[in-house]
Design a protein around this ligand. Structure first.
Ligand code: C2E
Ligand code: MG
Ligand code: MG
Length: 418
């Protein structure tokens, strides 16, 4: 093992790879970006050094002498490892995808994009640069204070109706939390939600998001904009059988019909305790809430379970949508899920539409809803009415054929949109 981790002030990257030249290559690039790097060339040595290495990011090769990458995922899962994990391998894409799914099943934070060998410098930079801020410095107490000091805010990202007769129409928005952290700028959810989950703070955090989103829904309703507002619900909330009554009471007290609200639940959260979840989801649905299965395709669920749970929307995970044009398997999955939704009478939303080719593909397959940077990044509440009116006044937003929807740089306050 090579390790320069003494007196660390930079984020720690651990590379577990038996190919010395590959490990050196990643180490050079990562050190240049600002990581403090440790390298292990086999699984057993990594296991012995794990407690000391303090990794915030791990690049894990699947094919290793001694304990292989799959065994190491199990090892890390048993230790509730909080590091971000990038899987790397020379194996085919389906094998890598299975390993990633297994890692998620172990409740590990597996990054969606693997480093498939062979890779280029740009690939390593692209994977690691967004993680440079993942230094772990955020504690549960920091998040508790953030909630108390009103530092959490909600941005909204349009969900677009792709099948309406007169072109695209704003069908709804998804509420996405951000932390306006003094001295640190806008912190994205991936950097603090895993900590809030670990510290048991998801109920408190969700309360803030629900309050702000329902208030925004009421304001849009008063403006004559009757679209749905989607709120993400963490799996931890499904421990509490009073959730449907509390959500219903909250919506009623603000004067928002439950039909205007969609609750997004990830596949893994919905499957964690199917019986309790079915009770809660069914009562939410009976009370009129829309239910959306989020990130579909990234967890484990059988079609039978999907059919038994009362979802009326399914969101295809962006990792598939963003591979349209590059990966034939991803295209088959997207097309099949859209077809499945049509047959089951469930609305399908394609998440992560970034370009016209992706939009054309999902629309050709008959996808109902689309969400992605091509339409708009998440923006502040005040910008949404503008977007909605632009849809109705321009008749339609048709990708490159008309004025594009605003991106993150649209408003004078755009630096606040991330
Ligand atoms: P999600 O619920 O699947 O939300 C969609 C994520 O995809 C958002 O990231 C959105 O900005 C991003 N996205 C949408 N279109 C595109 C695109 O075209 N390209 C790319 N690259 N990304 C796109 P965001 O806001 O960073 O949120 C990440 C995740 O954090 C969410 O994934 C959700 O799981 C979680 N999250 C955010 N807010 C909340 C919340 O209030 N409660 C809970 N429980 N989770 C939340
Ligand atoms: Mg969501
Ligand atoms: Mg999603």
């Amino acid at each position: 093992m090579t390790n320069n981790s003494q007196n660390r002030s930079r984020p720690a990257l651990v590379i577990v790879d038996d190919e010395a030249d590959v490990a050196d290559f990643i180490q050079d690039v990562a050190s240049g970006i600002g990581f403090d790097v440790a390298v292990y060339n086999d699984g057993n040595t990594f296991e012995r050094g794990y407690e000391q290495c303090g990794a915030s990011v791990i690049i894990l090769d699947l094919n290793l002498p001694g304990h292989d990458g799959i065994e190491l995922l199990r090892f890390l899962g048993e230790r509730a490892c909080q590091a971000k994990i990038i899987v790397t391998s020379g194996s085919d894409s389906r094998t890598i995808a299975s390993a990633q799914a297994l890692g998620k099943q172990h409740k590990l934070d597996i990054l969606q994009k693997p480093l498939a060998k062979p890779f280029l410098i740009e690939d390593i930079e692209k994977a690691l640069k967004p993680l440079i801020g993942h230094t772990g410095g955020i504690s549960g107490a920091d998040i508790r204070n953030a909630i108390r000091n009103d530092e959490l805010i909600v941005l909204y990202q349009p969900k677009v109706d792709l099948l309406s007769d007169n072109g695209s129409r704003l069908a709804g928005v998804e509420a996405l939390v951000r932390w306006r952290r003094p001295g640190h700028g806008m912190v994205p959810p991936d950097m603090f939600i895993p900590i809030a989950q670990r510290e048991g703070l998801m109920t408190e955090l969700t309360n803030v998001v629900v309050e702000q989103s329902i208030a925004a829904a009421r304001a849009w309703k008063d403006d004559g904009l009757g679209f749905t507002v989607s709120i993400n619900l963490d799996g931890a909330l499904f421990d509490d059988l009073t959730l449907p009554d509390r959500m219903h009471a909250r919506a009623q007290s603000v004067g928002v019909p439950t039909q205007m609200l969609t609750l997004e639940v990830t596949e893994s959260a919905a499957m964690a305790d199917p019986d309790a979840t079915m009770d809660i989801l069914t009562r939410l649905r009976v009370k009129g809430f829309n239910l959306s299965m989020d990130d579909f395709g990234t967890g484990y669920s059988s079609l039978v379970q999907l059919y038994r749970l009362p979802f009326n929307e399914l969101k295809i995970d962006k990792s598939f949508v963003m591979d349209i044009g590059n990966n034939a398997e991803a295209e088959i999955i997207v097309e099949t899920l859209i077809c499945l939704g049509q047959k089951l009478g469930i609305k399908i939303c394609a998440e992560g539409i970034e370009n016209q080719a992706m939009l054309d593909f999902v629309r050709k397959c008959g996808c109902h809803l689309g969400q992605g940077y091509l339409f708009s990044k998440p923006v502040e509440q005040s910008l949404i009415s503008n977007l909605a009116h632009r849809f109705s006044h321009d008749g339609a937003w048709e990708g490159g054929k008309s004025t594009p929807m605003p991106q993150a740089g649209i408003s004078p306050r755009s630096s606040q949109n991330i």
